[in-house]
Ligand binder design. Structure first.
Ligand code: ZOZ
Ligand code: NAD
Length: 710
């Protein structure tokens, strides 16, 4: 049993404590340890009841996700492990009680469902989040949960994967008693008392697998399943596991338990071996890997951030201020004019009011947050701020002037962050006497909603400032990814060729709506043309004008968007761009755009043709991959999985594809290279294969292997 599971007896109750930090995952040895504990306590005449509890900060957060890869790669056979434990808990001759604090997730909740009873601290959360990993509950959760909580709740929990707190779980019969208090000791005492009570009651102990009262009939379940399917088709578009989870819950109603669990096992296996599951598991670990910076270990000293100042209350500054106050950090928000300041504050209020209407925040919370923002026209109090974030117009001269002024007022040790999306952090830092304190905090729009924060490390940025920024990202509920200081950093640098290629395709005869649909069908939240219209086509046009070096002589340059801009078609904000927009923002294809594209093609000697959909997909997605490979070899991203995280959280890349680099690995780099070389032959310069892509493809390797070798 080792140290993973410990046994003790408290007041005649046998206590099985899982000790597998940090989250008490069911790693090899844990199920076996619990099983031994149950068997020995059942045999021990001095024990009247059994409590299963987690040591440390949580109950059991589920299966050890690392084990799944071993199973699918054939290194390990899926043994009866957890399922035997659950059977033993349910069939024990003495009452079994799960005592839950922290999280009872996945296999953890399934183990708890095997117990006769469950008690939990009010702060505890229970959930079946397996679908987020592309699988379904595989230890009878889809069969026991509807019996405990009813079909509707089980469908919701198993298909969306969102956890619920103990009070709600109590209302639905998942938890039998909420224990007052907030510590492990109170939970243990409450659980032991509850177990002793049940043992002395003389009543039979309920087995979830035999409690059919809440199941209802297949006819009653059918509309609930249909509604759940419609919801996940919308909310988890393109994902297989949520629909499969619904099938499994439906089987709980239509089949006896002994058959339902067989159905669940088939579906579980089908999901576990799917590419989608591998991609989602990759996304899970990639998000956590991104926190690891080789020369800035977890325990590296960092600075306290208790107060912030934001300069510029425009689109980004307002959203950034909201992110800070949502995390409980007060913000001084400065603007140049009364009008801009009032507009900025009004936008913040409007955004909050929308959240109140949507039920995300209470009105009281919003008033508290608004009170934490101090709008001002001067920089009073900036000298006390722990961090100053600049979010003014994207103009180097202006940013340098601002940073020169910041240098004069910021206290020693304050972090000085810029939200620039394209400008050099080093050049901005050069305007100060302390470049070691300067760093890029590249938020994504809307900054209060989007989870990604690209943290841009300049040549002189100090490690303490990197550590502070990574920790701050988590506090702000962002996914922080450290990147290097190159043009466009990682995300926008890759986005540029992606959108360029989409434009080329349109110029060569692909309908803009077809390009968008191909990407939408691939799972993207929006296609590249619609994204351009949303962001404003003038933004790209200005960048192309200001940075002519982006298109060296002799290289093909996209012309379609410049032509659209000349017609005043900047996108949604002018009612027309790649599409024409109705007053209600509805999007319509526009024959004028097709005519414009034909004209451009004729004028520029571009041959128009019918373009197959697979070419559309490969050209836009491999444009991302090829640039991503260059970024990696140039060292502007630490690992390919960081690039995936950036695309998953900042650009709406479909999670079930795992990110562009992972997707390329699933296709096979040899095939990707072949295609890139084909495009290079046909389209020239922009398709020169990245040396790293060539190297890995020729070695039969992958980006994932490259990450592991670094
Ligand atoms: O970590 C958060 C979380 O949500 N974890 C995943 C929970 C989950 O998805 N559970 C379901 C797993 S699938 C399952 O359970 C199916 C099943 O049993 C099928 C039965 C058949 C089994 C046959 C198999 C052999 C959580 C909310 C729990 C905690 O969040 P925090 O923000 O506090 O902590 P993190 O996320 O930074 O995590 C800390 C470290 O723990 C690692 N980790 C977390 N959950 C894990 C896990 N490692 C393995 N398995 C898990 N379930 C995480 O990677 C991180 O590691 P480091 O190295 O980055 O620190
Ligand atoms: P914006 O035009 O909406 O806002 C800029 C604000 O800065 C304006 O309200 C302006 O009045 C104010 N400002 C200008 N000079 C100032 C000064 N001296 N002091 C105080 N305020 C001043 O622009 P935005 O979209 O919020 O962009 C801001 C920065 O964020 C830019 O660097 C941009 O590249 C970057 N960014 C933008 C996006 C986006 O999608 N909009 C995304 C990521 C990063």
């Amino acid at each position: 049993m080792g140290d993973l599971v410990q046994l003790s007896i408290v007041d005649g109750v046998g206590v099985i404590t899982v000790q597998n930090p940090p989250v008490n995952a069911l790693s090899p040895g844990v199920p076996e340890g619990i099983l031994e504990g149950v068997e020995s306590f059942v045999a021990d005449a001095g024990v009247n009841a059994i409590v299963l509890i987690g040591g440390g900060r949580t109950f059991i957060a589920g299966a050890d996700i690392k084990e799944f890869g071993k199973i699918t790669s054939g290194q390990k056979r899926r043994g009866p492990g957890l399922i035997s434990v659950i059977d033993a808990l349910e069939n024990a001759a003495k009452p079994t009680v799960a005592a839950i604090h922290g999280f009872a997730f996945g296999g953890g909740l399934e183990a708890a469902q095997g117990c006769h009873y469950r008690v939990a601290l009010r702060s505890a959360r229970v959930g079946q989040p397996e679908v987020k990993l592309g699988i379904i509950p595989g230890a009878h959760g889809t069969q026991r949960l509807p019996r405990l909580a009813g079909v509707r709740k089980a469908l919701e929990m198993c298909s969306l994967g969102s956890p619920i707190f103990a009070d709600e779980a109590h209302r639905f019969g998942i938890v039998d008693r909420v224990i007052e208090g907030d510590g492990y000791e109170e939970l243990l005492a409450g659980a032991v008392a509850f177990a002793a009570e049940r043992a002395s009651s003389g009543e039979p102990h309920p087995k979830a697998s035999e409690s059919d009262a809440k199941l209802g009939t297949p006819e009653e379940a059918a509309p609930l399943c249909d509604a759940a399917r419609a919801l996940v088709r919308k909310k988890r578009r393109g994902q297989m596991a949520p629909l499969k989870a619904i099938d499994a819950v439906e089987a709980a109603v239509s089949l006896p338990f002994s058959e339902g669990i067989k159905r669940e096992a088939e579906i579980f296996r089908e999901c576990l071996f799917s590419t989608q599951s591998k991609a989602l598991i990759h996304a899970f670990f990639s998000e956590r890997a991104a926190r690891k910076i080789p020369d800035v270990p977890k325990d590296h000293p960092s600075r306290q951030v208790q107060s912030a100042a934001v300069i510029g209350a425009g689109t980004m500054g307002g959203g950034i201020a909201m992110s800070y106050v949502n995390a409980g950090i007060p913000v001084r928000l400065a603007e140049v004019s009364r009008e801009a300041l009032d507009r900025g504050v009004a936008t913040i209020r409007k955004n909050y009011e929308r959240s109140v209407r949507g039920g995300r925040f209470t009105a009281e919370f919003v008033e508290q947050r608004m009170a934490m923002i101090t709008p001002q026209l001067d920089w009073e109090g900036f000298g006390e701020a722990d961090i100053i974030v600049e979010a003014v117009f994207e103009n180097m001269a202006l940013k340098k002037e601002i940073f020169g002024r910041i240098d004069g007022v910021a206290r020693p040790g304050a972090v000085l962050a810029t939200n620039t999306s394209t400008l050099s952090v080093d050049e901005i830092a050069s305007a100060t006497s302390r470049p070691e304190d300067v760093i890029g905090h590249h938020f994504f729009s809307p900054a209060n909603v989007m989870r990604l924060l690209e943290i841009v490390r300049g040549a002189k940025t100090g490690r303490e400032v990197v550590a502070t920024s990574m920790a701050l990202a988590r506090r702000l509920r962002k996914v922080g990814v450290l990147v290097g200081n190159c043009l466009g950093f990682v995300g926008n640098r890759m986005f540029h060729p992606y959108r360029r290629e989409a434009q080329f395709l349109a110029e060569e005869g692909a309908k803009p709506a077809t390009v968008d649909r191909v990407l939408y069908d691939f799972g993207a939240a929006m296609g590249p043309m619609a994204v351009g219209d949303l962001a404003g086509l003038d933004v790209g046009m200005r960048v192309r004008k200001e940075s002519p070096q982006m298109y060296p002589p002799g290289t093909r340059r996209p012309v379609a968007e410049d032509a659209l801009c000349e017609l005043g078609r900047y996108g949604q904000k002018t009612g027309a761009g790649w599409y024409r927009y109705g007053a209600d923002r509805s999007r319509h294809e526009d024959p004028e755009v097709d005519a414009l594209l034909r004209r451009i093609a004729a004028e520029n000697g571009i041959e128009q043709r019918e373009i197959p959909e697979d070419e559309i997909l490969d050209r836009v997605v491999y444009a991302l991959v090829n640039e991503g490979a260059r970024i990696l070899e140039e060292g502007f991203a630490l690992r390919s999985s960081d690039i995936d995280v950036i695309y998953l959280y900042g650009y709406g890349f479909p999670p079930q594809r795992g990110g562009p680099m992972f997707y390329a690995d699933t296709v096979g780099l040899e095939k990707v290279l072949e295609r890139v070389e084909e495009f290079h032959q046909r389209h020239g310069h922009w398709w020169r294969p990245a040396p790293l892509l060539r190297e890995l493809a020729q070695a039969g390797s992958s980006f994932g292997e490259w990450d592991r070798s670094c």
